[in-house]
Design a protein around this ligand. Structure first.
Ligand code: MN
Length: 209
């Protein structure tokens, strides 16, 4: 686990992102996961799994999908500290990754198979089940070993009860932490009284009542 690259890229006097703290040992086969929607130079999603006391991280330009026929590129990036998980806010201009960061999804994951997460990462075949507020079910991250800079993976939904063909990530562009849209976060508007997910669930209930 190394947070050196994370720390090297950032000046913590200038960005609200968390400074790396003391490493915390996490469970072997399960942990938390976080996905941030990050409107930097290019809009992308940052997919993070709690493994060995850090957040293993992939930048996914098109985001993950619940449609199993979709294979989206996921570029492995530097480990992030666990405290980064529920970060939401604005990284000021001139800093690494400048732009607005939305906490797009969060929850826990279970590793699939017998091998440890680090063994699966080394093999380039990491299988896990997500229990998130937006994403559920079984996924795989597959390393395309001889492509690009060597950090290119694909994130793919496995076929299970949570599959949704034609699923469009843009229909879920709100924060699970504050209910805000990307623009509301960028303008530093306060959190909604009710997160959008709660509102949607309430609206659905009404519809079916
Ligand atoms: Mn990012």
């Amino acid at each position: 686990m190394s947070l050196q690259e994370y720390a090297r890229k950032r000046d913590f006097r200038k960005t609200p992102e968390p400074e790396p703290g003391k490493p915390v040992k996490s469970g072997k086969d399960s942990g938390r996961f976080f996905i941030q929607r990050h409107n930097a130079t290019r809009l992308h999603y940052d997919f993070r799994l709690e493994i060995d006391g850090a957040l293993k991280s992939w930048a996914v330009p098109k985001g993950p999908s619940l449609d199993p026929s979709v294979k989206h590129l996921a570029a492995m990036v530097e480990d992030h500290p666990l405290d980064y998980g529920d970060f939401e806010g604005n990284i000021p201009k001139g800093n690494y990754g400048a732009g607005s960061v939305m906490l797009w999804d969060r929850g826990t994951f279970e590793l699939e198979g017998e091998a440890s997460a680090m063994e699966q990462i080394a093999k380039g075949d990491l299988k896990f089940t997500l229990h998130g507020e937006k994403l559920q079910g079984s996924f795989v991250l597959v390393h395309m070993k001889n492509r690009g800079k060597g950090n290119e993976w694909l994130i793919i939904k496995h076929r299970d009860d949570f599959v949704q063909p034609g699923w469009d990530i843009e229909n879920y562009a709100y924060s699970v932490k504050t209910g805000r849209t990307q623009e509301e976060i960028a303008s530093d508007l306060p959190a909604h009284r009710q997160p959008a997910a709660v509102k949607n669930a309430a609206a659905k209930k009404k519809l079916h009542a």
